[in-house]
Design a protein around this ligand. Structure first.
Ligand code: KG4
Ligand code: ZN
Length: 342
């Protein structure tokens, strides 16, 4: 790597978090995230409200990121931004802002694929993290994504499987909603599950080919199960919340782990790196640790702040592209559907 200091300002606005980060080479100097609270009252992200909130947040968030890093915008080497995939209105805000700033400062512009960034977040230099060695399997699990990718090198990735309907985070959140828990319910399901019996109730696992996932059927079976039980006992949910959460979480984690085992078996790669908001789940962390001990896997989980949507992960991709000299011209447009490697 180069001895020169490269400063990247990174912008992320693909969903409901407005984020800006400043990196010096592989180190994150600041990583500011403004989470849009407005969506809580609707029980999910409202795209129209998200783009408006991005427009309000973006300038203050970028100012904060520069101030926290103690970097003047004149010191910046390049601007990296999320081009896609994501919500179009949200992406447009970050894309337009990044283009204008790069033009104004007369520095290079670097487009970043959000899904590649979730995976390359592992390469941020941090005392609490270690970087995986190539090749490795990357599994991105969040409210918007569920994907297993074979990572041969930084920009040589192959999608092995992905969800055909809901993302795994949605499965957590929608199940939680059925139990009357507030959005986003994933962390609460995790919390209750820790004290519950995962074998208390059984939910069917979907039969999906190869390395793809499906979570919409699980939501329906939980709905029918709860309707049936509350008819017999109106207090069923309140009385059994811990066991229900533990059983739901076990089913979701079984689905994820079954696919990971299959991916390891098919590729012969035992290095597994996960990311995305659901990587915070205590159950998945325990399962991966267990696979390390029992099966000799090597597993990697980034710090939580680099798991959820954040500009730090956009910045590390920006830096890697800067080293390669891969820049983007001013005619670039946001891309709502944007597959890895396309
Ligand atoms: O990466 P993220 O912040 O945003 C998206 O790109 O979606 O992920 C948010 C998702 C939500 O669905 C949330 O419920 C889930 O991650 N989540 C969890 C946990 N913490 C966050 N799910 C299960 N257990 C957790 N501890
Ligand atoms: Zn994401």
């Amino acid at each position: 790597m180069t001895a020169e200091k490269i400063y990247i300002l990174a912008i992320e606005s693909s969903c409901d978090d407005t984020s800006a980060a400043v990196l010096c080479n592989t180190k994150v100097l600041s990583n500011v995230v403004a989470t849009q609270e407005i969506h809580k009252q609707y029980g999910g992200v409202v795209p129209e409200l998200a783009s408006r909130a991005h427009q309000q947040n973006i300038v203050p968030v970028v100012h904060q990121a520069l101030a926290k890093a103690n970097i003047d915008k004149k010191q910046l080497s390049a601007i990296a931004f999320t081009r896609g995939p994501g919500l179009m209105g949200s992406l447009l805000v970050g894309t337009s802002f990044a283009k204008s700033l790069a033009l104004g400062l007369n520095i290079p512009l670097i487009e970043v694929n959000h899904m590649e960034a979730h995976i390359l977040a592992h390469f941020i230099e941090d005392d609490d993290m270690r970087a995986p060695e190539f090749p490795f399997l990357g599994m991105t699990i969040s409210g918007g994504h569920t994907q297993i990718v074979k990572v041969n090198h930084y920009f040589d990735m192959e999608i092995l499987g992905e969800t055909l309907d809901d993302a795994v985070g949605e499965a957590f959140d929608k199940s939680a909603k059925l139990m009357g828990l507030p959005y986003p319910g994933g962390p609460l399901v995790d919390k209750y599950a820790r004290e519950g019996n995962p074998e208390a109730f059984a939910f069917p696992k979907p039969k999906v080919e190869e390395l793809n996932f499906s979570f919409s059927g699980l939501k329906t079976s939980i709905l029918y199960f709860l309707q049936r039980e509350t008819k017999k006992n109106p207090d069923f949910i309140a009385e059994n919340i811990k066991d229900i959460c533990a059983s739901v979480q076990k089913t979701i984690l079984d689905i994820l782990m079954d696919k990971l085992h299959l991916a390891v078996q098919q590729t012969g790669i035992k290095q597994v790196a996960i990311g995305g908001g659901v990587a915070a789940n205590s159950g998945i962390r325990a399962r991966l640790k267990n696979a390390e001990e029992r099966l000799g896997w090597k597993t990697y989980i980034p710090k939580f702040s680099y798991c959820t949507d954040n500009a730090g992960m956009i910045g590390i991709v920006g830096y890697l592209k800067f080293l390669e000299g891969t820049f983007t011209d001013q005619t670039v447009a946001a891309k709502a559907r944007y597959a890895i490697g396309s």
